[in-house]
Design a protein around this ligand. Sequence first.
Ligand code: F6P
Length: 365
Amino acid sequence: MAKEFKRIGILTSGGDAPGMNAAVRAVTRYALKQGLEVYGIYEGYKGLIEGKGSIKKFSPRDVANIIEKGGTALYSARCVEFKEEAGLQRAIEVCREFQIDGIIAIGGDGTFRGASDLCKRGIPCIGIPATIDNDITCTDRSIGFDTAMNTVVEAIDRLRDTCESHARCNVVEVMGRNAGYIALETSIAVGATGVVVKEDLNYQEDALIEKIRVARAAGKRNFIVVVAEGVDHYSEGLAKRIEAETGVETKFARLAHIVRGGSPSLADRLLAAQMGVAAVDALLAGKQNVFICQRDGDMVATDIQEAIATDKMYKNSFDSSVKYPEEALKAYSAERIAEMKEFCAMRTKEVQALLTISENISNYQ
Ligand code: F6P
């Protein structure tokens, strides 16, 4: 064990995700086993600013019986003060007060930005990606994504039953503000007629409506169209237009936060355990300002700033509201930038492959 770490803090921040508790448990149990003291910080960065009353020394028993629970037992909160220098300085003071010499922060990109700010001010942090949206480009999967998709599949299977009975269409909006992974993968799993995600630059509403018209004429009774919430103000209007133009009665359902709750799947619990252990190991190995990514089954510590730049680079390729990270890229060599571009191209290829599968297996004729 590296000598410099005696006491670490653990927190969850941003939108909760099933499997966060399994990650808290893994980090706590493994860190204790490594001889560290572990302090649970409640309500994310808000608790870190509040200090006393929001921070508790953990024993192995404090994380018992949470592995199967959804949400986060450490709670989460949005914290605007933490974005200001005064808030960050207060958080640093609290770390000194509690002698917390490292933090493991579980959440999405906002959580990692906060962790990075703490690192710059002398508190080493390691991130663990947990968000149902799977919108962190550098990791293959984030904790919570698998469970959320299973919940979506269950909900849509139910909608399909009633659509079939009544010969209806159902447009279903699922979460995914900055990425359409939930919509894309579940659309394939439920046998949807169509899927709408920002990533699909070739999407044509007319073609989707025509597909429904043709399939209805051929006798198909039920239709499911999955839309990612990131396609702004679109899904409800689409339901109306499908009904108006095809004559197929069309209902609209927004699954929203239902998809964020619930007991984590096996895959999410396993990922949480792997990432939790890898995060403690990374901290003890002297790493900081990184988060744990899953790449082809391996756990890889990835630089937070580089991951944020890569994320923007990728999202800019299909969403012009995401600014290309021109400034941030100045910190990297031409060779590194080429590798980042190649990585983004690989993600685009993966998404395109899924879109092609979705299209190829949804024709009714
Ligand atoms: O980040 C995950 C996410 O579920 C998004 O898909 C969604 O837009 C957002 O959280 C909702 O956040 P809130 O809980 O603040 O409404």
